[in-house]
Design a protein around this ligand. Sequence first.
Ligand SMILES: Cc1ncc(C[n+]2csc(CCOP(=O)(O)OP(=O)(O)O)c2C)c(N)n1
Length: 699
Amino acid sequence: MKNAETQTKQATQTTNANEVTPRDLTNAIRFLAADAIQAANSGHPGAPMGMAEIALVLWRSHLRHNPANPHWPDRDRFVLSNGHGSMLLYALLHLTGYDLPINELRHFRQLHSKTPGHPEYGMTPGVETTTGPLGQGLANGVGMALAEALLAREFNRDGLAIVDHHTYVFAGDGCLMEGISHEAASLAGTLKLGKLICFYDDNGISIDGHVEHWFADDTPRRFEAYGWHVVRGVDGHDPAAIERALLEAKAVANQPSLICCKTIIGKGAPTKAGTHDVHGAPLGAQEIAAARVKLEWPHPPFIIPEAIYAAWNARREGAEREAQWQRTFDAYALAYPDLAAEFRRRIAGELPSGWKEFAEDHLFAVEQAAATVATRKASQNALNLLQPKLPELLGGSADLTGSNLTAFQGAIPVRASDSGPGYGNHINYGVREFGMSAIMNGIALHGGHIPYGGTFLMFSDYCRNAIRMAALMRLRVIFVFTHDSIGLGEDGPTHQPIEQVASLRLIPNVHVQRPCDATETLAAWIAALDRRGGPTCLILSRQNLPTLPRTPEQIAQIARGGYVLADAEGGKPDAAVIATGSEVEIAMQARSLLAREGIGLRVVSMPSLEVFDAQAADYRASVLPEGLPRIAIEAGVTASWQRLVGVGSADGTHGRVIGIERFGESAPADKLFDLFGITAANIAAHVRELVAQAKPLSI
Ligand SMILES: Cc1ncc(C[n+]2csc(CCOP(=O)(O)OP(=O)(O)O)c2C)c(N)n1
């Protein structure tokens, strides 16, 4: 038997540079995918094999990218929305010359490889977004295309287009069945995102089999109804037809395009092509061997002849393209030095120097103003203050702008014009919470803006998987969730969040901030903007809340997530109450009640449990000393707090949580707070019991 090296040599010699055919190039994709999936004994060969010709045309003849610099700001963006076909993307990145050696493909889906089961942003050079949850990639692409259009409006000057690129998306039946793709496509059509081009891999197959039994939409007409330009009936295995379709799509500047490609899933697999067997399982050694014969690919697994590598390699053109852009940028920098510096800063995601000191100075002013306002209103005030310093803020709301108060003074709504979206800095996302969230992820991924968007906290459940994706990708996206509890009153249980705050806290990398007044609200915005490690959810009240008195030291401590807002008079607490948001005021009232009885209650305001948890142990212990009886109060399920107050702990610490473990009711807010015991009297009653049980304590 020949050893691998001899086989390699022979195989490599069989193809010389002049003889490389399109079939050789697509074979390289097909066999890298099939062999890697076979080696991993898991994965999805169907989409990579079925989309090989589409990938060939797009990646070799159109995609403006530079494999040596995946961060070049004006590169075209590519999104594999059907992320299960990850081996297609890995093959393309490897073949075109990204830093993704063949060894990484050999280790597809293995621990610590750069080739995880689904493409993951930040793990593999050239992967623009994490995809796998179907439909969201397309929505990310809409966000990227929107970011591109808005930045172009803001920064480009006559003859100096420093922002001028396309966003390309591959999507399958699964993506187009998902509701989120409807939400995102509808907005993309309305806003006339002409530089968004999506290839629909119309292979008629999903996991359960032939989609005609559960997906009989007329997709082209549906997209036409959204305002897209649709290229129908393209043979997805004919490079010339794909090329024509792509040129047609690129020529349409004020409509996004959908190129509908008829393909055969798993094309090239002799017996399994066209069946759902090839969608999500290795082909098997026998089928791959037969495919090698059928497609005349004699090369062993993971061996690609040099001539084929050379034909795929995009480093030289990539370097030229980037150098050409750099020349434009240099001319731009000469003509508009300030704008050029601002563009660089925005793309790097750095905030302007001095912004934080500026914002923090205002914390004192807000504290001194001692206004009684809803925290949603305090949030708008914070935006009014911050936005002139931070033009990268790109706001929006899912049709609740006047309720979420996301529009700052002078906000310019993003509107379509004849040539695509006009300049703006506030987006009416329409009633599309999930779409909004995934589009914001795309905007953040593109770079140049910090997106934030609002809806009622209740509907954070609609946003949820996109919040999770923002957390997984560690994106700076800010979710503005207002109407945060039974405090919203008469709208009733459908609109009253009970479990939402606790459930958002369960998502790793998410910071939840539930400020109690105007000062904490501004501090929460500062923290969210300053944070680069993930998204923040701002949880804001509908009802007015008074600004509570603080010393400068306490104002500084807000950034630690939790702090002593008011200690027992005389500094000797008998118990501590931990509260967030609107319940902090109630805790303060309980403190006054108990003080009259000689019981000392420490009030700990804890706008962010995650931030507090990340503080040093001695700081945490200074706020919540061991042995001091604790009560937590929050107008929602109690799950977040049981650990912190020691419910059920073996060490004898005992605590309680006052919360709401059932759905709300339709009634005025004050009646509901009484009904659910979210009152000063109830806190006081629990504290009396706790203090009576507690051992004497000296701190
Ligand atoms: C939101 C979501 N639901 C379900 C899945 C599981 N899943 C992965 S691929 C797939 C079928 C996709 O079909 P299609 O887009 O036609 O892909 P193809 O068969 O062409 O590879 C499903 C249901 C998923 N990844 N994301």
